[in-house]
Design a protein. Structure first.
Lengths: 486, 152, 100
């Protein structure tokens, strides 16, 4: 019996991205401890290299898809897509944060190591084929991001944000875990495929399976900030440092959606008549709450937080459609969402400056006259967030609502479209402030745009435009891999 | 072989009854038979050793929390050795190398906290400002006194 | 005879106590303890199911849950201490800097 526990070289190869990231993360941590008080920005570049190597390994692993380690890990197109996505988010986050950290005099290897560890967790979530692996992935990702949320220890807003994120996060994960335990008890397996087989026989009590699935949904909905588990998001995004908010609104969310799609489409496929109505209501509630609450916000980080809740709602619409088209829409939407949201937070990072003094929407007044480059960047990103054609955001929304209509979710599609019309109002307000107001106290002495930050802004903006003009770039791959390895 | 629930747990019930009876008996006997002397010395908490001082609800410096927490972390990591030890014979050298990787990762963590000075209790008196983790987790005044009364 | 249902009942009770604790307590340390209680409810469940299915999967899972719970508690207490140093309170309802 034990002989087959020996993993083959191919299995290590499929798991290489996580292995590389763990090694680099540990290395960065040790280097941080050894270098003492010296300048740490070089550790940022080491981390970037590590992430790039992991991304190459993830792409290479896709040439030889399959299972690994007693089918605990699955490498397919879907997993590869999300692996590359979260690794990209990690790289962009590091680019956005180096300058911010130096200004806050908190540039240290700890930060980069935590980012790397969090990305390991998200990458594991993307390729997990087993409930234990999913749980471990979620926890690795969350524990690192709890610390990141409160990274500036002397800042009260950081403290509060970390505390709220931690308390609500671990509470939600505990529920997820309770659901996982029950699913294991009811089916006798933690493997997603085996659970699917057992559930399709219909011998397990349906009500109990439904309740367990609902408990798991609580944890996952928390991670993607879907209503009614979205209350933490505005506080945490507002309180944390802007680069961390960018990270938390992109990486963990994408990975949690990957888990949600994989678990509900694979394991809970046979009870889809139970969870589809729940998803229907949740997606609508998430869109409505996100968009209408965003209308009230004066703080730009808080506004972006509510807008990210609304975007989670759109992705939920695609999940609700429960089809291959829907899966492809989830993938495309999350890719474009990650790009535009990190870009927007990169601009906020630059604007906020040391101590985050300028985070109101009104602080952007007259930016167009003073800093045309950043204005152009933010304009493109905001138009993409609104969903204007020729941007990635447009195609994302298009695919989401197309998937909904294909699955006969007519009302959800109509209500979603109305919602995105509401969203235009609060996004365009930022543009109005930038272009038609006179420069105020916040825009008189603008800091220069640091090189790394400029790279992050350019990459996100060009990526958004590229997705808008050539959606085929990733849509083809997304459609190919949308069937999931069942 | 006992079958019903009551029969299986009868020894436990019996022991509980016995423990309660003996406890009551001894305390009762000393209360009835004993001689009572009340004076200041008799009423102190300890009749020998050092004189007690201050309140028992004293606050400890956070640096002890840090050491305790690190201890628990490393302690719990050791539970992974138990399942490993069970299958070690079957898996042979493969298991050895797997555990080696695990232990190296733990050691990396240990090295990190050691270098950061988290295990150094006395460092603060020698050098007030040094590594960041030090400054943050071990403030010069452990707990500001006015805040203590406020929180209590 | 102790059946699996008894374990389920204990676990459900722990879950309930933990949930009520998180919802009603003001002291953050107590909230943390309540969350740990829920995780222990999960552990009771896992071990019982493991015995019931005659597998070791549940037991291995429980070990992972324990390890993760400790890491989580360590981070949580660290976060709490950072806040206590800046704010001087461990009451959940005094954490009110960020509000809508």
């Amino acid at each position: 019996m034990p002989a087959n526990f020996m993993p083959s070289a191919a299995e290590y190869f499929r798991f290489a991205p996580e292995i590389i990231l763990t090694i680099v993360g540990t290395l960065v941590m040790i280097l941080e401890a050894m270098t003492g008080d010296r300048d740490k920005s070089s550790l940022g570049y080491v981390s970037l290299l590590g992430l790039a190597a992991a991304m190459a390994a993830a792409v290479a692993a896709n040439n030889d898809p399959g299972l690994a380690f007693q089918s605990m890990i699955i490498v397919d197109g879907f997993a590869t897509f999300f692996r590359v996505l979260v690794l990209g988010v990690g790289m962009l986050t590091i680019l956005v944060s180096t300058n911010y950290l130096s200004e806050a005099k908190a540039n240290s290897g700890d930060f980069y190591a935590l980012i790397l560890f969090s990305v390991v967790g998200q990458s594991l979530m993307a390729c997990a084929n087993e409930l234990i692996m999913i749980f471990i992935g979620i926890e690795i990702s969350s524990i690192a991001s709890y610390i990141l949320a409160g990274y500036l220890r002397d800042d009260r807003r950081n403290n509060e944000s970390a505390l709220k994120y931690f308390l609500m996060g671990s509470f939600a994960t505990a529920f997820l875990l309770y659901g996982v335990a029950w699913i294991y008890g009811l089916t006798g397996s933690t493997n997603l495929g085996e659970i699917r087989t057992v559930l399709s026989h219909g011998t397990a009590p349906t009500a109990m399976v439904g309740i367990s699935a609902a408990l798991m949904l609580v944890g996952l909905a928390f991670k993607v900030s879907a209503a009614p588990f979205q209350v933490w998001a505005p506080d945490v995004y507002q309180g944390s440092s802007a680069p961390i908010s960018a990270f938390m609104s992109a990486g963990p969310k994408a990975a949690a959606f990957a888990v949600m799609v994989r678990v509900f489409y694979t394991s809970f496929d046979s009870i889809s008549n139970q969870w589809e109505p729940v998803f229907w209501i949740m997606s609508l509630a998430t869109m409505v709450i996100g968009n209408f609450a965003a209308l009230q916000q004066r703080n730009i980080k808080r506004m972006l937080a509510y807008s990210s809740i609304a975007h989670a709602g759109y992705v939920m619409v695609a999940v609700t459609s429960h089809s291959a088209v829907g899966t492809a829409a989830v993938m495309f939407y999350l890719a474009s969402y990650c790009l535009m949201n990190i870009g927007a937070f990169a601009v906020v990072t630059w604007m906020a400056r040391d101590g985050e003094k300028f985070v109101e929407v009104d602080d952007f007044s007259g930016l167009a006259q003073k800093q045309p480059f950043v204005t152009a960047i933010l304009t493109v990103l905001i138009l993409s967030l609104v969903g204007v054609p020729l941007t990635g955001g447009f195609f994302g929304k298009f695919l989401v609502f197309k998937a909904a209509i294909d699955s006969h979710l007519m009302w959800l599609a109509i209500l979603g479209l109305l919602n995105s019309a509401v969203a235009a109002y609060y996004y365009l307000r930022v543009l109005v402030v930038m272009y038609f107001r006179e420069p105020g106290a916040s825009t008189v002495n603008l800091p220069p745009v640091a090189g790394t930050l400029r790279v992050a802004m350019l990459v996100t903006t060009l990526g958004t435009i590229a997705l808008g003009i050539f959606p085929g770039l990733i849509l083809g791959f997304a459609t190919q891999s949308s069937t999931l390895g069942k | 072989m006992p079958t019903t629930l009551l029969e299986r747990y009868f020894p436990v019930v019996l022991q509980a009854i016995l423990a309660f009876a003996i406890g009551t008996l001894l305390i009762g006997a000393s209360a009835i038979l004993g001689k009572r002397v009340r004076n200041a010395v008799k009423n102190t908490a300890y009749e020998c050793g050092m004189t007690p001082y201050g309140t028992a609800k004293e606050r400890f410096s956070v640096k002890f929390y840090l050491v305790a927490m690190l201890f628990i972390l490393f302690d719990i990591e050791a539970i992974f050795l138990y399942p490993w030890a069970v299958v070690f014979r079957d898996l042979k050298m493969f298991a050895f190398f797997e555990m080696l990787v695990f232990v190296i990762l733990i050691l990396a963590g240990f090295f990190y906290i050691y270098k950061k000075g988290a295990l150094d209790w006395t460092a603060e008196e020698l050098k007030p400002v040094q590594h960041k983790i030090h400054v943050d987790l071990m403030p010069a005044d452990p707990v500001p006194s006015e805040k203590v009364t406020h929180a209590a | 005879m102790i059946t699996i249902n008894h374990y389920m009942a204990v676990s459900a009770a722990l879950l309930l106590i933990g949930t009520v604790g998180v919802m009603t307590r003001r002291n953050i340390v107590v909230i943390l303890m309540s969350i740990e209680l829920i995780l222990n409810a999960v552990n009771v469940n896992l071990i019982a199911f493991s015995k019931y299915h005659n597998q070791v999967t549940g037991q291995v899972f429980a070990i992972f849950v324990i390890a993760v719970a400790v890491a989580e508690a360590a981070v949580g207490l660290g976060v709490l201490i950072a806040m206590f140093r800046n704010k001087g309170t461990v009451q959940a309802d005094e954490v009110d800097l960020l509000k809508w």
